[in-house]
Ligand binder design. Structure first.
Ligand code: CO
Length: 401
């Protein structure tokens, strides 16, 4: 893992917090927070880049074994706002975690099967009513085929055995599917990246690069990367953006450097968060779906997202801080506004802002096909986005929000 290679040490929440300045990270389920206290001074404000680790997909039900039309099926259902059509006719692998009985306790076993085990076939066009396609029902139309014949087979048993676990010892599980087609650099001049989960691995990657750059060039702030699970289903969990994860880490950083509650609150008041999530580029085939005066280009640089109904948390001060970071990084900035007559998506930004009281700006990199199993972005935006977030994490001017 890149953070460990750069000297980040894992901290356990159940153990005493480190008091030595250093580089640390913490994992809670599918969420991760990483930070450096190497340049900490009393009262050093936080500069935070936030994002989410999860992506919409198809997940395995609790009783997955089905049989239909002489085929063995695995019962799946959508997680988050998956664009269901994009999951059809793809070779799907399996990943997730098992909770396995271990003596009188439990242990966690991570699952990753990168082989084409599952497939959700479309209906043939000749069988659709008007040859214009079908409306997909998330209850009936996304179950996967994984075998032929009527002899019953246990999907969970199969996964357990693949991971070297006795099937009868599996007491809990979270299992999901992923498209196996490798990511690709595409376009006549290799300008584009085609990949799954760009929303929001694009930010996880850029944020990690930014933190690694920031710890090599310390400034008078504490740089923090906070990547949350469960954004695509509302963030309301023990590790989602609604949880105490970020505030707990930030407070323990201040306590670890010998500060108290007063110093923590003072530090928070001077801190700022960039909530990173991918942004909608203007679609060339559907330009009318976009706000005409706010065209967002692939390759046009990072995107600042503003919404008057606070689906994005950006305020004037946050916008200014990110625009300044882009200027210092030497990258262009694009400004996104959703069409006023369409419902706007959201991010962790409004949630962390309201949970923490931090001044927050919603930012991102442009992409097409958001929530498809396969998304598209510009290769140059990855660097520009990383550079902008790095500049945000190492402000050279006055640092308070
Ligand atoms: Co997202």
């Amino acid at each position: 893992m890149q953070l460990e290679e750069a000297g980040f040490l894992r901290v356990e929440e159940t153990e005493a917090w480190p008091t030595e300045p250093g580089r640390y990270y913490l994992i809670r389920g599918g969420s991760l927070v990483a930070w450096s206290t190497e340049s900490d001074l009393p009262g050093s404000p936080f500069r935070i880049v936030g994002g989410h680790t999860d992506s919409p997909n198809l997940r395995v039900k609790q009783h997955p074994d089905l049989e239909s039309a002489g085929l063995q099926m695995v019962g799946l259902e959508p997680y988050g706002g998956a664009w269901l059509n994009s999951w059809l006719d793809r070779d799907l692998g399996i990943s997730g975690r098992l909770s396995v009985r271990d003596g009188n306790g439990l242990r966690e076993v991570l699952v990753k099967v990168d082989e084409p085990i599952l497939r959700v076939p479309q209906l043939a066009i000749h069988l659709s009513e008007d040859r214009k396609g079908v409306t997909l029902d998330p209850q009936r139309h996304v179950n996967a085929i994984w075998g032929v014949g009527n002899s019953p087979r246990s999907f969970l048993g199969y996964v357990a055995e693949r991971e070297g676990v006795d099937p009868s010892s599996v007491l809990g599980w979270e299992l999901m599917t992923h498209d196996l087609a490798p990511s690709a650099v595409v376009g006549v001049e290799n300008e584009l990246v085609s990949a799954p989960r760009l929303d929001n691995q694009g930010t996880c990657y850029a944020g990690t690069q930014a933190l690694l750059a920031a710890v090599e060039n310390p400034t008078a702030v504490t740089p923090v990367l906070a990547l949350f699970d469960h954004e695509e289903v509302g963030s309301m969990s023990d590790r989602g953006a609604f949880s105490d994860l970020l505030t707990t880490v930030l407070e323990r950083i201040v306590l670890g450097r010998g500060g108290g509650r007063e110093e923590f609150l003072r530090t928070m008041a001077g801190s700022i968060c960039a909530s990173g999530d991918m942004a909608h580029a203007t679609h060339p085939n559907y330009p009318d779906r976009h706000e005409p005066a706010h065209r967002i280009e692939l390759g046009g640089g990072p995107v600042l997202k503003v919404n008057q109904n606070l689906r994005y948390a950006t305020d004037s001060a946050g916008a200014g801080a990110f625009a300044l970071a882009c200027d210092q990084a030497g990258v262009p900035l694009q400004r996104y506004v959703h069409r006023a007559d369409l419902p706007c998506g959201s991010t962790i930004g409004p949630i962390t802002a309201s949970r923490t009281g931090l001044s927050t700006v919603d930012v991102g990199a442009a992409q097409l096909a958001m929530h498809s199993s396969r998304e598209l972005m510009s290769a140059s935006d990855i660097t520009a986005y990383s550079d902008a977030l790095a500049a945000f994490l190492m402000p050279s001017g006055p640092v308070s929000a």
